[in-house]
Design a binder for this molecule. Structure first.
Ligand SMILES: Cc1ncc(COP(=O)(O)O)c(C=O)c1O
Length: 379
């Protein structure tokens, strides 16, 4: 049963609350994997860029993984440890600055490698190539599957030029999404089958993200066997760059019930929005966990929870409660640290949720407050 230990009436709504104790619990699990195997684990900032916490996260992890210039700069400035970057393509105007912030630059094509290789080497930085093992392990989730047909992410074996690897010391793959280590294992089988000869020529490999290492049913011993397999058979240094696993179940979103209406079923209007504050709810799609609630019909009072915005589909889901909802009630959604504050927006002029930290000692620190200017300044 999901529980929180703070006074829901003491926070402004809507707000995200990063939960320090839950983060530390995840980070300890990840540090354990690193300590037992020697693999280096990086924070994929795209999932959780709450840089106020980078100094603490950096005590447990080896550094940051970035998707481009801005994340590269943020990781460099705020964590200042290993910094690896992958982008499907780099702009001429940004590559030198990216190189200055990152130790590992990963390219998505031989054209990009040819264009920038000498600049990376001249700076004494490492070059990697992202490969596409063409081994799909997810069904029905094409939007999150870099191995789906016609994918632009990663170089397939057909397009790989083994005679053009000057300066390339590592391979990178990212093919998983919220998956367990059995899928990693079959992915490594595919990589060995297609790129085994290349692995022998490399110094490092990056397993990307999508490893749900801090989820209860995750098979960590199997992950560690996968890591050792690459270390022992090919002498490779292993990196992982999970995002979700770092802040999984380590954040809350608190919202207030603004109104109660009815249309075939009771409806509650909240001061949060799926479209603005938790876009993955619509994109994945998924039904976020809500403390104290059940499935529709499971408890006595069911409601459709929706937002203030104009979007008809801006609905978080249908939930049930033991008691009827009242205007002014506070509701607490769980698992709201990842892919939430990095993806939010101000559609309809919706305010951005404040960002609070729930500290280990139970007190709150306001990390960021937002208002009208944050909406206006982006336009
Ligand atoms: C290249 C790369 N690395 C790491 C990640 C982080 O994945 P996750 O948050 O699912 O662990 C992603 C997510 O899209 C990615 O594209």
């Amino acid at each position: 049963m999901m529980k929180y230990n703070f006074d829901v009436n003491k926070v402004p709504t809507p707000c995200y609350i990063a939960d320090e104790s839950a983060l530390i619990r995840n980070l300890e699990i990840l540090r354990g994997v690193s300590e037992r195997t020697g693999a280096k684990i990086l924070l994929a900032q795209k999932a959780f860029s709450c840089y106020h916490l980078y100094p603490m996260i950096g005590e447990y992890l080896a550094g940051t993984a970035c998707s481009g210039l801005f994340e590269a700069k943020l990781g460099y400035e705020e964590m200042g440890k290993e910094n690896h970057v992958f982008s499907a393509a780099y702009r001429e105007s940004e590559i030198d600055e990216i190189i200055s912030y990152c130790g590992h630059i990963i390219f998505n094509s031989f054209t990009q490698l040819d264009r920038y290789r000498d600049r990376v080497l001249a700076a004494g930085k490492k070059i990697g190539l992202r490969i596409n093992p063409e081994h799909s392990t997810q069904e029905g989730h094409e939007i999150y599957d870099p191995c789906s047909p016609k994918s632009r992410l990663g170089i397939t074996r057909r397009n790989f030029r083994d005679d053009d690897l000057r300066g390339v010391t590592g391979l990178h793959f990212h093919t998983l999404c919220e998956q367990n280590s059995d899928d990693l294992e079959t992915t490594l089988d595919a990589i060995e089958e297609k790129f085994g000869d290349i692995l022998h020529k490399m110094e490092w490999i990056n397993f990307g993200g999508g490893h749900h290492i801090t989820r209860e049913d995750y098979d960590i011993p199997r992950l560690e066997r996968c890591i050792r397999r690459m270390q022992e058979k090919y002498g490779l240094e292993v990196f992982l760059e999970p995002g979700e696993a770092i802040a999984l179940n380590a954040g809350w979103l608190v919202t207030e019930v603004l109104d109660l209406t009815e249309n075939d079923m009771p409806i509650a209007i909240l001061d949060t929005s799926a479209a603005c504050h938790m876009p993955d709810v619509l994109e994945m799609p998924y039904r976020p966990p809500l403390v104290g609630s059940g499935e529709k019909g499971e408890k006595k009072y069911s409601y459709r929870l929706g937002s203030q915005t104009c979007l008809a589909g801006d609905v978080i889901g249908e939930y049930s409660f033991d008691e009827p909802l009242k205007i002014g009630d506070r509701l607490v959604f769980g698992d709201m640290a990842i892919y939430s504050m990095v993806k939010n927006n101000t559609f309809n002029g919706m305010p951005l949720p404040h960002i609070l930290l729930l500290k280990k000692d139970g007190s709150f620190e306001t990390l960021r407050s937002f208002g009208y200017d944050d909406f206006k300044e982006r336009l």
